[in-house]
Design a binder for this molecule. Sequence first.
Ligand SMILES: [Zn+2]
Length: 386
Amino acid sequence: MAGIEEQPPVDDSAKQREWDEYYMKIACLAALRSKDPRTPVGACIVDSENEQIVGIGYNSMPKDENFTWKGTSSTKKTSSLDPQENAANPELKYAYVVHAAVNAILNKTKESIKGCTLYTTLHPDDDCARAIVTAGIKKVVYCMYKRDKNLEVGMKIADVFFDIKGVKLRKLPEASLKVCEYVKELQNRIDVGGKNKSSEEQSGEEEPSVDRKIEPASWEKFFMSMAKLSQERPGDFKNKAVGACIASPDNQIMAVTYSGEPDGIEDEVKRLAKERHDLTLTKIPEFYTHAEYRAIVGKPSVRGYTLYVTSYPCNVCAKVIVESGIKEVVHYKNGDWNDDRCYSSRKILTTCLGPSNIRKYGNGDSINESQDEASRSIAIEEPGHT
Ligand SMILES: [Zn+2]
């Protein structure tokens, strides 16, 4: 009997947990783009059928820039319609903020996200629930951080919404998430915001936390961080994967992908090679699909977009990059120029996109590293040190 106990448990739930954590980390990274000084929230939508990310969002003010997080006056208090005019009551921000789940749904990269799973760093409220059920999302996974008490009613309403529409809601335990730098940074940002709040409540003074201006890391750093984080996908390809992220000119994330195939493909390839009596078919890497390839071919159109990728694309990927209309490639690592495939890839990309549109991460003009250092930036290793 002891032998039975020592056997590893049937691993479906453990595997599911790993994927849940992976997607939740993506949601946490998204949250770091939020400028909310108290409760930054991130969300990520996953098409369970092919394990593709089909929407990413974080809580923002309308158009992200127009309104202040201090709350905007209602017309009862002032006749001003100036969006930056602060009211005495910072809670008024809730009337203006667009929630992370709603933004993720609006940022969807395919026509229908029916049946998809939404990962969010916070329990949804009624505002989120309305969008979730309208979009046809069927599963919601949340973790971590508490909402303000005055929004608990909204959370209860969301639960009823989900019951009626058959949306499955589950909580991901936060313990194992703490290993990730983005989770830590998010937790820290929330802690600081929360601390300020309680001291304000004790002293009865004006909300100091909302004066804390959050300057997220540059878009370029954000997109490359997405690509690097997606390298950390669990399963067979753990530590082998390349990550890619495609962004539109208006900074919408169109794809976040990793290289590889579903778990178990190696065994399946070996089995079929044996069955066909041809062991030359066991060259496993030939069966891998690269991250950038998946990102491009999996989307309807990427014309005019920028590709962020953790390794220099190979020649197979270079061909689809240029033919797809991708206009710019930012790579984290250089290629091995002595390798024929890498050499031809470089030739294809520089010839077709122009040398200035294929560049190493951190070398571009658009990235202002010193500005990033000054802000509470997303940590990322310097290029060339992996
Ligand atoms: Zn490739």
